[in-house]
Design a binder for this molecule. Structure first.
Ligand SMILES: C[S@@+](CC[C@H](N)C(=O)[O-])C[C@H]1O[C@@H](n2cnc3c(N)ncnc32)[C@H](O)[C@@H]1O
Length: 225
């Protein structure tokens, strides 16, 4: 057992490194270093912001993060993803689009949730989080009771959590965990609400994968009570 593991230093099970970074990716990380936030600066950056703060967890190739930031310059976005190749790609796109309203945390989101002031965040998005479908791996799923409680604390009243997933087991897991928490209200009137992507979310690589493999994504919006 690693005794150094703690709430702020949780065990991470996904991929952090993939293929060697290309020269252009290394250059993008260097040129775009100002977009990457340091742990020490997070509370400073987000404490006095009058803008809506949106956190996207696991931005992957960044399709949703980049398009959302482009379309809503009045908001400020924090994207988190520990996978270095995707961080480099996303920074490259931030530079290409001259975006000034995105910051990147290139690591596990759970390490910084306590850095945000209470009730400061407008929305948390998770598009196609890793499902960890095997029962013996259920503790590896990001959505857990503690995680929901932490998100609850930093969200503004009526702030929301938006989640997309195409995995049957994860769909039930998400509903079960949020309903158990009693702190959020599932925003649903009829089946159309969970069968179609919310208009503020963009098509991502994993949504494309789900269509290709004939799995239907579901979309959940939970509003803080
Ligand atoms: C299945 S991919 C989905 C990527 C993207 N959202 C999409 O829809 O194409 C899940 C992503 O979540 C990231 N991830 C997993 N655990 C995370 C964590 N604890 N904090 C931040 N990102 C995480 C992974 O590195 C990966 O890029």
């Amino acid at each position: 057992m690693n005794l150094l593991l703690s709430k702020e230093n949780p065990r991470f099970y996904g991929r952090r490194k993939g293929r060697k970074l290309s020269k252009s990716a290394v250059l993008a990380l260097k040129k775009g270093s100002k977009y990457i936030v340091e742990y020490e600066n997070i509370s400073k950056i987000f404490s006095h912001s009058k803008k809506n703060i949106i956190i996207e967890i696991g931005f992957g190739n960044g399709e949703n993060l980049i398009n959302s930031a482009k379309l809503n310059p009045e908001n400020i976005y924090l994207g988190a993803d520990p996978f270095l190749n995707t961080t480099a790609k996303c920074v490259q796109k931030i530079l290409e689009n001259n975006l000034t309203n995105i910051k990147i945390w290139p690591d596990d989101i759970r390490k910084i949730l306590n850095c945000f002031p209470l009730e400061s965040v407008s929305e948390v998005k998770l598009l196609f989080p890793d499902p960890w479908p095997k029962f013996k791996h259920k503790k590896r799923r990001l959505i857990q009771t503690d995680f929901i409680n932490n998100i609850y604390e930093i969200l503004k009243t009526k702030g929301k959590v938006t989640i997309g997933t195409d995995h049957k087991i994860l769909k039930s897991w998400i509903l079960e965990k949020f309903q158990e928490s009693l702190k959020f209200e599932w925003q649903v009137k009829d089946s159309k609400d969970w069968q179609s992507r919310p208009k503020e979310c963009f098509f991502t690589k994993y949504e494309q994968k789900s269509h290709k493999e004939k799995r239907k994504p579901s979309w959940f919006i939970f509003k803080k009570k």
